[in-house]
Write a protein that binds this ligand. Structure first.
Ligand SMILES: [Mn+2]
Length: 450
């Protein structure tokens, strides 16, 4: 974003010369929860324990990043711990994180979620400098200052109990809606709302809020509760941060904290890839595979390109738990495939390029092969389509005639502005075959269903 460090080595200054607030926002951490489906013993052989890959490691990484990048504040969006009944399992990691930030003079704000109505108040009581916003279900604002000058305004609301059936916006101060904050700072100061809530789920017991009602406030909001990261775009982004790191295969893709940077009265937000463990789905096209060796090669290629993409993004994940899906038209024996799936599902984790990956599940999502020659005998739409598909696959007068007819249809449908001349016969045949196969699959499926 064109940042530079000013001559005093202090605040970062953006291209416009204004030193805007930089706040790292952390979504649901769930300290105390073990990431699921880890082959714990096998990972230990690579020197990795669930602790290295779990929420505590993710939180420690976010704290290190905050200190290295000299952010002005860190905000916690609730559900910092998984289970308050196992307080001592999670609390030390939380307290260490809070103390490290306070020691580094980074301000720490938090709102309470449905999982931590006891833990966060205890943390705030024990670690001076931790600021809990909006206790007992009321709204509270706070100013983030640098050298006495206000950098940003934070608005927060906290769960008073694990279940809240009404919208937290019911008691959003009406003066705030009109831009009156009575905090001595300019009304238009960059303002960020912090809220743990359930968006557009009116029957929820976890603080249901309508997205439209949030948007109406015209304030950027970092949200906690839902573990899938949202899209935080526009000058006043509103969205879920997602879990700090993926906790099970249902939380695939990139996870991490979000950096909110103020530009005048507006914000930009971007996710920082910091999670030590990723869950991902990898599709392996096995259409061309004819043997067990082919399958291995196709899987390896798919994993190679997956890992290359992580490298390209400088993703710091140390381990990847992959849900491998074999896709495409099945050309080989079903038994070979099942055998492969069974063995790959049990294979030990692999070290590759400094990361460890393993298949947490291998699933057969292949399609049965089309029996074109057999179907072509039929005297029905399937037969007609099968004969055309066969013709398209074999050079000759019939193929040429079909392609010419297709060109005629396509140019009539698409209009003159689309130049079909650039599309070669081979490409056009591929396109038509692809469509024919799809239609055939559907027709055959319908036929077998009735
Ligand atoms: Mn929650």
């Amino acid at each position: 974003m064109g940042n530079r460090v000013d001559a005093q080595g202090g605040n970062r200054v953006d291209a416009q010369g204004t030193a805007g607030a930089r706040i790292l926002a952390i979504g649901d951490v769930h300290l105390g929860r073990r990431p699921s489906r880890l082959p714990v013993d096998a990972l230990a052989e690579h020197g990795l324990s669930p602790r290295d890959l779990g929420p505590a490691a993710a939180l420690a990484g976010a704290v290190r990043w905050s200190i290295a990048e000299r952010v002005h504040a860190v905000v916690l969006l609730g559900d910092v711990v998984e289970d308050e009944h196992h307080f001592l399992e999670a609390y030390p990691a939380l307290r260490d994180a809070a103390k490290a930030l306070v020691d580094a003079q980074i301000e720490l704000f938090a709102v309470v979620g449905n999982h931590d109505t006891e833990v966060l108040p205890r943390l705030a009581a024990e670690v001076p400098g931790v600021r809990l916003l909006g206790q007992k279900g009321t709204w509270e604002s706070a100013l983030l200052r640098r050298g006495g000058a206000p950098l940003a305004r934070l608005l927060g609301w906290s769960f008073p109990a694990p279940k809240v059936r009404h919208s937290p916006l019911d008691n959003f101060p009406s003066a705030w809606r009109e831009g009156r904050f009575d905090d001595g700072a300019p009304a238009g100061l960059a303002t960020l709302g912090l809220l743990h809530c359930d968006v557009d789920a009116s029957a929820s017991v976890h603080a249901p809020v309508r997205r439209a009602a949030l948007a109406e406030l015209g304030v950027a909001f970092a949200l906690g509760h839902v573990h899938k990261p949202g899209e935080l775009t526009g000058p006043r982004p509103v969205g879920y941060l997602g879990s700090l790191s993926g906790l099970d295969p249902g939380e695939p893709g990139q996870h991490g904290p979000w950096l909110f940077e103020a530009h005048g009265n507006d914000w930009s937000a971007r996710q920082i890839a910091l999670a030590p463990l990723r869950y991902d789905r990898v599709a392996v096209e096995v259409g061309g595979a004819r043997s067990k060796e082919d399958l291995e090669l196709h899987l390896q290629r798919a994993v190679d390109s997956y890992l290359e993409a992580l490298d390209g993004n400088q993703d710091p994940a140390r381990a990847a738990a992959l849900r491998v899906e074999l896709v495409g038209e099945r050309a080989l024996d079903r038994a070979v495939l099942s055998d492969f799936i069974e063995r790959e599902g049990e294979r030990r984790p692999t070290v590759q390029g400094g990361r460890v990956w393993f298949a947490e599940t291998v699933r057969d999502a292949t399609r049965p092969p089309l029996q074109l020659a057999q179907w072509a005998q039929n005297d029905d739409p399937v037969g007609l389509l099968a004969r055309r598909a066969l013709a398209l696959g074999a050079p000759g007068a019939e193929r040429d005639a079909l392609l010419a007819r297709a060109r005629g249809h396509l140019s009539a449908r698409l209009g003159a502005e689309h130049d079909l001349g650039a599309l070669g016969d081979g490409e056009l045949a591929e396109l038509l075959l692809h469509e024919a196969r799809r239609a055939l699959e559907e027709l055959v499926q319908q036929g077998s269903a009735t």
